[in-house]
Design a protein around this ligand. Sequence first.
Ligand SMILES: Nc1nc2c(c(=O)[nH]1)N[C@H]1C(S)=C(S)[C@@H](COP(=O)(O)O)O[C@H]1N2
Ligand SMILES: [Mo]
Length: 333
Amino acid sequence: MRATMDPATAVRRLVPPERLASRVTALDDAFVIGHFGLAVEEPDRPVVVDGLVARAVHLTPADVRALPAHRVESVHECFGNPLEPGVPVRRVANLVWTGARLGDVLALAAPLEEADSVWARGADHGEFGGIAADDYLKDLPLGEVLDRALVAYAVNDAPLPTGRGGPLRLVVPGYFGTNSVKWLTRLTLADRRPEHLFTTRLYLRPGPDGEPVPVRALDVNCAITSPAEGAVVASADGVVASADGVVVTGWAWSVEEVTAVRVTVDGTSTAVDLDPRTTDAPAWQGFRARVPLGPGEHVIAASATDAAGRVQPDAAARNAAHVVTVRVPGTGY
Ligand SMILES: Nc1nc2c(c(=O)[nH]1)N[C@H]1C(S)=C(S)[C@@H](COP(=O)(O)O)O[C@H]1N2
Ligand SMILES: [Mo]
């Protein structure tokens, strides 16, 4: 059997929020997750579409590139460790993906009426948390993803690198990154959910009635990109405080449009300028606030609210308000 994996354990490359200043995140500044490590490079790795279809098909990356191309700017966020829902996570980027619509790809196999789920598999395999799995697998509700998901072959207008899931990966704008299966090998149409480490054991959270539901739609969340945690402002270290104060900048996102961002300094709210969402897909939205800071230590916190009324909790949640502590040197400190 051909080796599909480098002999590696889980890859978790994380990036601090202060590297996320640009609207579109450079790939070097975007986090990388691979539960089993990274799959090996295989530029022609095909994708099979099978299951509840009229005719199973075997597609090369060239077949997918021949379909109508769609380019989507979208926030890309890792849910974090599903076993630690109280730990704040800011593993996030905003990337531009290009690919074929999932619906166009599946249509080549003529899905049967009864199919209401698509199971996406990746080439990577191994052991995660002491449990062995033959592949990475996620299932998605067909009705929600036909139009919105892409089988992507490019990111930031360049071919999808192997580490990002090339040659083909799924991207589901508005869903947590865990659903965006890298190194795609198979799309199986089904009428039920699959039992698997990454579908029914991990990446579940309590639903409306307390029952476990898969981690899909993004939470409301934000990240302060400047000043950085621990920054000494009003000095030459990149963050310059003027007589008018320090400018706090960041990004806010959710599955729906973010309608407000609250920025507080030592508990007191300040005026915030928030950009509207200008795209159909959930790209992140910029915000900025000019805050007056006297000498001493200050706690700056940001939290977002979305159009559906979702609000970031203050603490003890994966999407808790982002808090940075900064110091202004001078008398009084
Ligand atoms: N095949 C495969 N796809 C995967 C994963 C994986 O381990 N294997 N990790 C998922 C998780 S949890 C996240 S957050 C995103 C990360 O994508 P990135 O590494 O391009 O940032 O990929 C998702 N798709
Ligand atoms: Mo993730």
